[in-house]
Ligand binder design. Structure first.
Ligand code: FAD
Length: 421
């Protein structure tokens, strides 16, 4: 069984892990020089319903990536407006820890390999080719190329290339594998109907802030600084992560410590920021033009079934943002595990796994798939951590924080250790 995964963000890394522990030979192709994709500047885990999804995946036997993250956290069990029991991973240590683990279990990680061609016939991909001209043949393929950028999307639908961690000018922009195979893809929209959504946080160089802010961040993980009326900038409606589109995020500067000081707003004018006490020397680390804009996402999602097989293709699976309007690392990791597992089921000629809708993960995959069929649904984003899907989870009594209860529910649905079997 040879499985080729295109895109080394959280979804691709998790798919690689899940396929490898099922005994497949796995090659993970990543366009840039590091793994984790947008996760290189993220860090928030386990907030609200993400706790439930994380513990469900651990009970299902596919939780090794979460265990690695738990070990690289700078802060655990913290609260900030609208969010409880969050962890913040260290953005420097986590990519290395994941890369080392994948290497240890025998995943072949190939960096600076940007897939630009696919050879496919009758819905079956035979091989992909990278911009270096290397051809990778495989039996099954997984598209985890995400939905961010490339630059022309950020210029056309955002405020221009914001020079983010995806570094399109250096490594070439995102290319969708499903798109290369001729799959008709889906694009999300903002509430006003325009395409895409803007990433919702920037990173400040922590040491450029006043020592008392740095101390608070280092000790508590969170700093909330109320803004005088004239400093309030409301960019909430353009945000990809609608779980943070609460008025507290406009009325305060909310910083989280992930190594950088994560500023929970899509952008904030630098001159204005430097007029706020404690921010006189502030500078952006990601995106470099965080005073003006941020990366644009949610282009080119794949139509797919709930087993994460791409519609119209026989041996192509997808996960992460590619699999729909799912926002977040946790969301990318759990779908990555399912796609990796199902790619091996497909090659073993066994029925593909669809997770029960009585689990938060199964419900998220099915619900988002349904919502994406509607015009209204395409204008929203879905995450275990807030906004529409967290409300939906609570209504269905799927939000749980008792680990034993979560495990019992997973067992009742016949899914205990399923990914480790
Ligand atoms: C600034 C920012 C902050 C965020 N903060 C958080 C947070 O704190 N917590 C949270 O849960 N979520 C956060 N998110 C959201 C979260 O990062 C994403 O939803 C999730 O990690 C998406 O993972 P993915 O693997 O689907 O896609 P991506 O992270 O986009 O990864 C896709 C990967 O595919 C690669 N790629 C693309 N095309 C090709 C190709 N043709 N060949 C080879 N490789 C290719 C890319 O280089 C990239 O590495 C944040 C997002 C951003 C942008």
């Amino acid at each position: 069984m040879k499985i080729i995964i295109t895109g080394g963000g959280w979804a691709g890394c998790s798919a690689a892990y899940a396929a490898r522990i099922q005994g497949a030979e796995v090659v993970l192709l990543e366009r840039t020089d590091s793994l984790l994709g947008t996760g290189l500047v993220g860090g928030i885990m386990r907030n609200n319903g993400r706790f439930t999804a994380t513990e469900e995946m651990i009970a299902m036997g596919g939780g090794e990536i979460f265990r690695i993250i738990d070990k690289t956290c700078r802060h655990t069990n913290i609260s900030f407006p609208g969010h409880e029991h969050a962890s913040l991973y260290d953005i420097a240590k986590t990519p290395t820890a994941v890369a080392n683990y994948l290497k240890e279990i025998g995943v072949l990680v190939k960096l600076q390999e940007r897939v630009i061609k696919a050879q496919a016939e009758d819905g079956v991909i035979k091989s992909v080719e990278t911009s270096k001209g290397t051809v990778y043949e495989g039996d099954a393929f997984i598209d985890t190329t995400g939905t961010a950028g490339p630059m022309h999307n950020c210029s056309k639908y955002g405020n221009g290339c914001a020079m983010c961690v995806l570094r399109c000018p250096s490594f070439g922009g995102r290319v969708s594998l499903a798109g290369l195979c001729g799959v008709h893809e889906i694009t999300g929209q903002k509430a006003n109907g325009t395409k895409g959504a803007m990433s919702g946080s920037c990173k400040l160089y922590k040491e450029s802030l006043a020592p008392e802010i740095v101390d608070t961040l280092n000790q508590k993980g969170v700093a909330v600084i109320p803004l005088p009326e004239e400093f309030i900038e409301n960019h909430l409606s353009v945000k990809a992560c609608q779980q943070y589109a609460l008025k507290e995020f406009a009325e305060n500067i909310i910083l989280l410590d992930t190594g950088h000081a994560k500023l929970m707003t899509p952008f904030y004018p630098l001159e204005k920021l430097r007029r706020i006490p404690g921010f006189e020397n502030a500078r952006y680390e990601d995106p470099y033009s965080g005073g003006k804009g941020n990366s644009m996402r949610y282009f080119n999602m794949s139509p797919r079934t709930n087993d994460l097989k791409v519609d119209g293709m026989k041996n192509l699976f997808c996960a992460g943002e590619k699999a729909g309007l799912l926002v977040g690392h946790t969301e990318a990791i759990v779908t990555g595990v399912l796609a990796g597992y199902n790619s091996t089921r497909f090659l073993k000629e066994k029925p593909l796994l669809i997770l029960s809708r009585k689990t938060a993960i199964g419900e998220a995959i099915a619900y988002v798939g349904e919502e994406m069929q509607t015009e209204e649904g395409l204008g929203k984003k879905y995450t275990f951590s807030g906004s529409v899907f967290f409300d939906h989870m609570k209504k269905l009594d799927l939000y749980r924080t008792d680990i034993n209860e979560i495990r019992e529910n997973v067992e009742k649905e016949g899914l205990l250790n399923i990914f480790a079997s």
